[in-house]
Ligand binder design. Structure first.
Ligand SMILES: N=c1c2ncn([C@@H]3O[C@H](COP(=O)(O)OP(=O)(O)OP(=O)(O)O)[C@@H](O)[C@H]3O)c2ncn1[C@@H]1O[C@H](COP(=O)(O)O)[C@@H](O)[C@H]1O
Length: 105
């Protein structure tokens, strides 16, 4: 699905592994390691929540984009891609969230 901008971003992020941190923010994150990337995901998640409680759709969109970008970097650092998440979401298709929750207890 190379036409999808999200897939293109995911592929670009994964291609940054091992790149020069001086020329790429993504490469910098990979060089800093999993804990730093995970912290960034947490920060961006909090910023997304704060934006959601406000009344600025553009701010929320921007924070959501930051969150998704950092989440893709975290997945890539763990050797995973957007396709892995897509597969998991597809597996869940047709099962209501309530049924899934009940199946866990
Ligand atoms: N989509 C993004 C993207 N979203 C957010 N960010 C960066 O994430 C950071 C957000 O962090 P903060 O708002 O917390 O700001 P900050 O204080 O500067 O961040 P830190 O110093 O804490 O890391 C900013 O530096 C943004 O530039 C992104 N950096 C890169 N991309 C895309 O990733 C691709 C590869 O980028 P490079 O690896 O830099 O070439 C490109 O297509 C970019 O468009």
């Amino acid at each position: 699905m190379a036409d999808d901008p999200l897939d293109a971003l995911d592929a670009l992020i994964r291609s940054r592994k091992g790149s020069d941190p001086a020329s790429s923010y993504t490469a910098q994150l990979f060089a800093d390691g999993r804990a730093r990337i995970a912290r960034k995901v947490g920060e961006e998640a909090v910023e997304t929540v704060i934006a959601a409680l406000g009344d600025d759709a553009q701010a929320l969109t921007g924070e959501a984009a930051d969150l998704i970008y950092h989440l893709l970097v975290l997945l890539a650092d763990a050797g995973l891609s957007l396709d892995d998440v897509r597969t998991e979401l597809a597996r869940r298709t047709g099962q209501s969230g309530l049924a899934e929750k009940a199946s866990r207890s």
